[in-house]
Ligand binder design. Structure first.
Ligand SMILES: [Zn+2]
Length: 239
């Protein structure tokens, strides 16, 4: 019997689609503005390690496809230190699909960890927080069966993802600001998001009349938000 060839073109297409879904989820739930500039799905047989992180050009992932895309049931191994975790650990699956998605989530978590400047160590608390969110959303509901681990539940709170959001907020930005409008010398601006790379001016605003983008500090935003509120003539549709 001839071996059934894996359709690399189709698998590549599926992976790209999956990456887009993860990016959209991250933008909705974890970090507005996150975008992978490079998604390399490397089919070369010599390639065995996958990577994710940040380079000069921006966030990237690079996946060793051959290692994960094989026929038959697949055992997915995570790093030894958390392989036995029920949430971010290893598992068995009927085929390669879920393990492949897991490694993609694993690497995207590294990219976001670097992008959001939350990085402490390669598989540190913030990375675990991000990976937890991605696993719960995209992977864990679809796992056929796990190893029935004898391990105890992870000691750390499983919802470390909220730590990640708290980190962003500790920089002074409030999520509910996004989409809000402020008025500076009678011109309207919309708060678009933030740039975690900035040292101070990390809030991005767009001027309504010409769509030009500017950056400001959270303190500036707070100031103008309050001012806009005090001067209702500039707020809403009142002409
Ligand atoms: Zn890793």
């Amino acid at each position: 019997m001839a071996a059934i060839a894996i359709d690399q073109v189709q698998v590549t297409r599926d992976c790209r689609q999956f990456v887009s879904r993860v990016e959209a989820f991250i933008n909705d739930e974890l970090h507005l503005g996150f975008k992978l500039v490079e998604v390399k799905l490397d089919w070369s047989a010599r390639r065995t390690r996958s990577r994710g992180g940040e380079r000069a050009k921006g966030s990237f992932i690079s996946i060793a496809m051959n290692r994960y895309v094989q026929h038959g049931p697949y055992k997915y191994y995570e790093y030894k230190s958390f392989h036995k975790s029920h949430i971010i650990g290893g598992f068995d699956h009927v085929d390669y699909t879920l393990p492949l998605k897991s490694v993609i989530c694993h690497e995207i978590a590294h990219a976001l960890d670097a992008y959001g400047k939350t990085y402490t160590s390669p598989h540190g608390e913030s990375w675990k927080g991000i990976y937890t969110q991605l696993r719960k959303k995209f992977i864990n509901p679809h796992i056929d069966y796990d190893f029935s681990f004898d391990a105890e539940e992870p000691k750390k709170k499983e919802d470390i993802g909220s730590l990640y959001l708290a980190h962003c907020e500790s920089k002074g930005l409030r999520r509910d600001w996004i989409g809000s409008r402020i008025y500076i010398t009678n011109k309207q601006y919309t708060i678009k998001g933030w740039n975690p790379r900035a040292r101070k001016n990390f809030v991005i605003v767009e001027r309504t009349n010409d769509h030009k983008e500017f950056v400001m500090t959270p303190a500036d935003i707070k100031h103008y938000m309050e001012k806009s509120y005090e001067n209702p003539i500039h707020v809403g549709l009142a002409s």
